[in-house]
Design a protein around this ligand. Structure first.
Ligand code: SAH
Length: 240
């Protein structure tokens, strides 16, 4: 006989503090989702998290077209630390970029660092959209936080400000590098743009002692595949 381990109670992120019996207001979009899409009403239960106070089971108190109020009742899980893993990547075409944001969130990344390289053909990022995608992925994958989104910077600035004690695995294709291996509790992964890193950029990377040049196997992966595979490899030791 199978036992279902699915928890279908809706799970929502919100910025407010969560504490027992302290009512919180939900956003208009959340009110719409609960009332119209899920057809929930007063007394129904949902789960809430805010990245600080763990996860709470809450009771929906009121739900209207644009407003909903709910009351946290019991804490289901205390806040626990995330894997201390940062992903720096060159923004890609919109769909591929959004895939990376979603998958990196599912894979526990604490910080997303958009980085512009010589061959990046986008000059802006839509941080608000990235955040919305990250929130939705965090809600779905049951993590207790939403990754930070750093200010976009050019590659030299990323390296100049990178913490020296945080190894940065730079995924560089077509070189006989050892396969990427886990680098310890605090680490970063750098993935280049669709066109790869320019040779001067590879040289620049090599000049930084915290950079570990790493391979992802003999085939040339699309950047979005490389990000997902690299994150999985970095987490393969402790199950992050
Ligand atoms: N157009 C380039 C490939 C870029 S792949 C070329 O033909 O050479 C996009 C990014 O994914 C690269 O910058 C690198 O960071 C990563 N990547 C893809 N395949 C890789 C591999 N086999 N090893 C390491 N990094 C890889």
């Amino acid at each position: 006989m199978y036992t279902s381990n699915a928890d279908t109670t809706p799970r929502l992120f919100l910025p407010d503090s969560l504490a027992a019996d302290q009512p919180v207001a939900l956003s208009e979009a959340q009110a719409h989702y609960l009332g119209r899409v899920m057809r929930m009403g007063p007394g129904d239960r949902l789960r809430l998290f805010n990245g600080r106070d763990g996860e709470w089971l809450a009771r929906l108190d009121a739900v209207g077209r644009k407003h909903a109020v709910c009351v946290p009742e019991t804490q289901l899980r205390p806040q626990a630390p995330d894997p201390d893993l940062w992903l720096a990547f060159a923004p890609l075409k919109r769909e591929a970029t959004e895939l990376v944001v979603e998958k990196a969130t599912e894979l526990g990344v604490a910080r997303l660092c958009p980085v512009f390289t010589e061959r990046t053909n986008t000059s802006r990022i839509n941080a608000e959209r990235w955040r919305a995608i990250a929130i939705e992925a965090a809600e779905q994958c049951e993590r207790l936080s939403v990754p930070d989104i750093a200010e976009p910077v050019r590659l030299p600035a990323l390296l100049a400000h990178w913490p020296a004690d945080r190894p940065l695995a730079a995924a560089i294709e077509r070189q006989p590098h050892a396969m990427l291996h886990p680098l310890g509790a605090s680490a970063g992964l750098l993935i280049g743009p669709e066109g790869g890193f320019a040779s001067l950029e590879v040289e620049l990377l090599r000049r930084h002692p915290f950079v570990v040049a790493a391979g992802l196997g003999p085939r040339i992966l699309r950047a979005e595949t490389a990000a997902i595979v690299g994150l999985a490899l970095l987490q393969s030791r402790d199950g992050g």
